[in-house]
Design a protein around this ligand. Structure first.
Ligand SMILES: Nc1ncnc2c1ncn2[C@@H]1O[C@H](COP(=O)(O)OP(=O)(O)OP(=O)(O)O)[C@@H](O)[C@H]1O
Ligand SMILES: O=P(O)(O)OC[C@H]1O[C@H](OP(=O)(O)OP(=O)(O)O)[C@H](O)[C@@H]1O
Ligand SMILES: O=C(O)c1cccnc1
Ligand SMILES: [Mg+2]
Length: 557
């Protein structure tokens, strides 16, 4: 499909304002949980303003029963740090809202707070990420890094969930099928809708119906029309105009007359009666074709795809052809999408042959209606002729798992490691300031992610590294990497973004490149193999010593 292949579309780059594009007005320091600010006061009162902390932002489980996650939302986090500042009215609000007795100097302190002394390390946006490997690591004064927690989590959690969901839809649909995001009406509110459009594009969708997302993020906007357009006509008598200029001659011709003539002939070719087809639908299609002669894409399931929609569409498409225009295709929004798409493709092939219009074979068939990953898999099994899926509800609401559980945990304070213990081993945090490496095999596949203490030398190509399961002593393996990737880059330091940030398009490409480094068994939909995340021997011993030191010894009586 090329750019003109879905009814109405546009780029939007010329309207892009990079500053505005990436920072949503709602993202500001007060977009946080109250407890961050009350803790800030208590830290301040306890004279902890000079304490230096390290926090890890990570998730514990991959979403959607999968074994990978796409990291997204980093650019928004950096923009947030860049603009972090409590306004005068924020301070006024906090004065009224926090409990009485808060000292005025604290508000002065808050009023002067910025993220200048914070350093943020992250893996690249669009990279595949795995449980327990921090995707962001933040160092800086305890109070400020604590105050960032909730906002950073809200910026990363849904973005990464959405990008992962979209990437999964892309994987099951295959690379040749177009995917359009149609979810704004069903999204979790306006901001959820915008994020869904942006991050589904990141994950591999081709466009969105969301016009504001198109303008803000320079995403292709595409669309067809709704059933209302068809049902707004009940007879051809309602057509106020039937005339359309011939594309080459410029002579006005009666499009309806052409369509009616073709419809008669088509009824024999498609073996349906013109009597059974809807006249209102024909009128609606003629009128839509007059409005968009070069972009005619019609919804064919309003009454009956076989007996009415396909007949009327083909008649109007042939009429347009008489006047020098090529229709684009159809959308089917109900019924058995595999069967109906095959039926439509067969009808187009017959018309192509009988009317000597070979391009009819290539008409686009768009399918929509409550589509999810499983529907696409099932349609693939059945065999279908769909070129494009329009997907809304289940994509944007992340039906199978509505939240990613990224957390933000203190791992070091004033150079001292901190560990959070839990009955649930999975929830025990990995203490200390860590580096993360991805080790690759000779065939270019990612083998394992390895966490080490920052003080350890990085693993070297061709040298055996002992990789240990962080909690199960017996699980270990030697790995001889053919390539070693250091996962963290410094993205924010001394009050500045310190990497050239990729465009959304580049992040989108990165997703596909990064997914290619994963073996297929990690990506399959049913029971995928878990990707290994390990710690160095040194880090393993460090964690377990600290665990023992911190775990109270119970007494049985
Ligand atoms: N061949 C198919 N195989 C598997 N699932 C399909 C197939 N065709 C359609 N579906 C899915 O089955 C569901 C059909 O839903 P439902 O019966 O509510 O819709 P409908 O009656 O066809 O349309 P509507 O209610 O919108 O008029 C949708 O989720 C759709 O994506
Ligand atoms: O099904 P989704 O994946 O959410 O995709 C978007 C849906 O939105 C539109 O109709 P809407 O659902 O508003 O009405 P309808 O299904 O009753 O036609 C469209 O026709 C799709 O069906
Ligand atoms: O353009 C479409 O076809 C569309 C847009 C939003 C929702 N459903 C369909
Ligand atoms: Mg619907």
């Amino acid at each position: 499909m090329n750019d003109r292949e879905l009814g109405c579309n546009s780029g939007g780059g010329q309207f892009m304002d990079r500053g505005r594009m990436n920072q949503n007005g709602v993202v500001q320091p007060l977009l946080t949980d109250l407890y961050q600010i009350t803790m800030a006061y208590a830290y301040w009162k306890s004279d902890k303003t000079d304490d230096q902390a390290v926090f890890d932002l990570f998730f514990r489980n991959n979403p959607f029963h999968g074994e990978f996650t796409i990291f997204a939302g980093l650019e928004e986090c950096l923009k947030f740090l860049d603009s972090f500042h409590y306004s005068q009215s924020d301070i006024e609000y906090l004065k009224q809202t926090l409990p009485e007795g808060i000292e005025n100097e604290f508000f002065e302190y808050l009023g002067n707070l910025t993220a200048r002394d914070v350093t943020l390390y992250a893996i690249d946006e669009g990279t595949v990420a795995f449980p327990r490997v921090p995707i962001i690591k933040i160092e800086g004064p305890l109070i400020i890094v604590q105050l960032l927690e909730t906002t950073l989590l809200t910026l990363v959690n849904y973005a990464s969930l959405m990008a992962t969901n979209a990437a999964r839809y892309r994987m099951v649909a295959g690379k040749h099928v177009k995917l359009l995001e149609f979810g704004l009406r069903r999204a979790q509110g306006p901001d959820g809708g915008l994020s869904a459009s942006k991050y589904s594009y990141t994950g591999g969708f081709d466009g969105t119906s969301n016009v504001l997302a198109g303008k803000l993020f320079n995403i292709p906007v595409k669309g067809t029309h709704a059933h209302a357009y068809i049902t707004s006509f009940s007879s051809v008598g309602e057509l106020k105009t039937r005339l359309l200029k011939h594309k080459q001659t410029g002579i006005m011709e009666d499009l309806l007359e052409h369509a009616i003539r073709h419809r008669q002939m088509l009824s024999h070719v498609l073996d349906v009666s013109t009597e059974e087809s809807s006249e209102g639908e024909l009128a609606a299609m003629v009128s839509y074709a007059i409005a968009f002669p070069d972009g005619f894409m019609a919804l064919v399931d309003t009454y009956d795809v076989k007996r009415s929609g396909l007949l009327n569409f083909s008649a109007v498409a042939l009429a347009l052809n008489d006047l020098g225009y090529h229709a684009l295709g159809i959308r089917i929004d109900s019924g058995d999408l595999a069967y109906l798409s095959c039926l439509a493709r067969e009808a187009f092939e017959k018309v192509a042959e009988r009317f000597k219009v070979p391009w009819f074979n290539k008409l686009t068939i768009v399918a929509s209606n409550d589509i999810n990953e499983d529907t696409i898999l099932s349609l693939n099994e059945q065999g279908h002729k769909i070129d494009c899926f329009g997907i809304g509800t289940h994509l944007v609401t992340c039906q199978r798992q509505p939240a990613l559980g990224c957390v933000y945990k203190l791992v070091e304070i004033n150079g001292q490691p901190r560990i959070k213990l839990s009955q649930d081993v999975e929830k025990v945090t990995m203490p200390g300031n860590k580096s993360a490496y991805r080790l690759y095999s000779a065939d270019g596949h990612a083998l394992i992610d390895l966490l080490q203490k920052v003080t350890e030398p990085p693993p070297a190509v061709g040298q055996k590294v002992l990789c240990r399961h962080p909690f199960q002593e017996s699980k270990r393996a030697y790995v001889i990497p053919s390539h070693v990737e250091s996962l963290y880059k410094v993205y924010w330091k001394s009050g500045k973004i310190c990497q050239q940030l990729p465009t959304l398009e580049q992040v989108r490409e990165k997703v596909q490149i990064s997914l290619k480094t994963l073996r297929n068994d990690h990506k399959r939909t049913l029971n995928p193999t878990p990707y290994k995340v390990a710690v160095s021997d040194n880090l393993y011993n460090f964690i377990h010593d600290l665990w023992l030191q911190n775990a109270p010894i119970g007494e049985l009586s």
